[in-house]
Design a protein around this ligand. Structure first.
Ligand SMILES: CC(C)(COP(=O)(O)OP(=O)(O)OC[C@H]1O[C@@H](n2cnc3c(N)ncnc32)[C@H](O)[C@@H]1OP(=O)(O)O)[C@@H](O)C(=O)NCCC(=O)NCCS
Length: 250
């Protein structure tokens, strides 16, 4: 992202901004809540970059919830898609399945229910506020930004249902924290957000699957109170088998 805009009448060069922000090409989220600064530049549709003296930091970020070290968790907005795709690819690499990733920015843009960029992504009742969930757009994604505003982790999820309990729940499709950001409580923070949402919607379960060899993550999950479902075997029908099954009775 190039730095192109400034606060009107301010001729301070963007190069006078702190180096970390320049490298990031974006402002740390806590200072996005600038009084009077438009969210996007009208002419180039990029974020305005005010100089340091025009920054009006606020303790209440315009969107997202702040963690104790200044990191922020919020639902994904459209502009987060490149970061989400990068996190998906890093997770696939960690799981030694990078070649299997078919996700593209376009596909993510058309299948995730995004939050709007100018309001909080969670209502006071603890329920998310995004575009409507639908068959074509069934997923929501929480993104965690570290204290300098860099995407550090994500939790992509959708809703499921328990017949025995006759209650909705959340299925966590992917949880990932960048290697350099691990051990700071970010993974736990993302799971806490999802657990809060399950409670807020009067749901019954938060669940997911983990590769058997992924012992560090199994330990992490156990440390936050999850139990292994050793009696269950994951099953799936996809690709040719899916087409075959759909035609089985034709
Ligand atoms: C699993 C993962 C999300 C954990 O995120 P994280 O931000 O590093 O974890 P946290 O810092 O929030 O750790 C929370 C707690 O879990 C514990 N924990 C984390 N990793 C652990 C491990 N390998 N073994 C034991 N405990 C662990 C921490 O000690 C911490 O406990 P505390 O609150 O008592 O201090 C992260 O390591 C990751 O992305 N791994 C690679 C991708 C992956 O495996 N994703 C899951 C796919 S199903």
């Amino acid at each position: 992202m190039s730095l192109c805009c400034k606060v009107p009448q301010c001729q301070t060069e963007p190069s006078r901004l702190p180096k970390a922000w320049m490298d990031a090409g974006t402002l740390p989220l806590p200072v996005l809540a600038l009084r009077g600064a438009p969210f996007l530049c009208d002419s180039c549709l990029k974020r305005p970059i005010p100089c340091v003296q025009h920054l009006i930091p606020t303790k209440i970020p315009r969107t997202g919830k702040m963690t104790s070290n200044g990191a922020i968790v919020r639902h994904a907005q459209r502009e987060d898609v490149p970061a989400i795709l990068a996190l998906i690819r890093e997770l696939a690499e960690y799981e030694r399945e990078l070649d299997s990733v078919e996700a593209t920015e376009e596909k993510l843009l058309s299948t995730i229910a995004f939050a709007s960029s100018d309001k909080a992504s969670t209502t006071s009742s603890g329920l998310p506020e995004t575009e409507p969930i639908s068959q074509q757009r069934p997923a929501r994604c929480l993104v965690l930004f570290n204290e300098t505003g860099q995407p550090a982790g994500m939790a992509l999820y959708f809703y499921n249902y328990s017949t025995w309990r006759a209650r909705p729940g959340i299925y966590l499709e992917d949880l990932y924290v960048k290697q350099t950001e691990r051990g700071k409580g970010y993974g736990k923070r993302l799971l806490v957000e999802l657990a809060k949402q399950v409670i807020a919607m009067d749901g019954g379960r938060l669940e997911w699957v983990v590769l058997k060899w992924n012992e560090p993550s199994l330990k992490f999950y156990e440390s936050i109170g999850a139990t292994r479902m050793d009696d269950w075997v994951g099953m799936r029908v996809d690709r040719d088998a899916l087409v075959k099954l759909s035609n089985l009775l034709d």
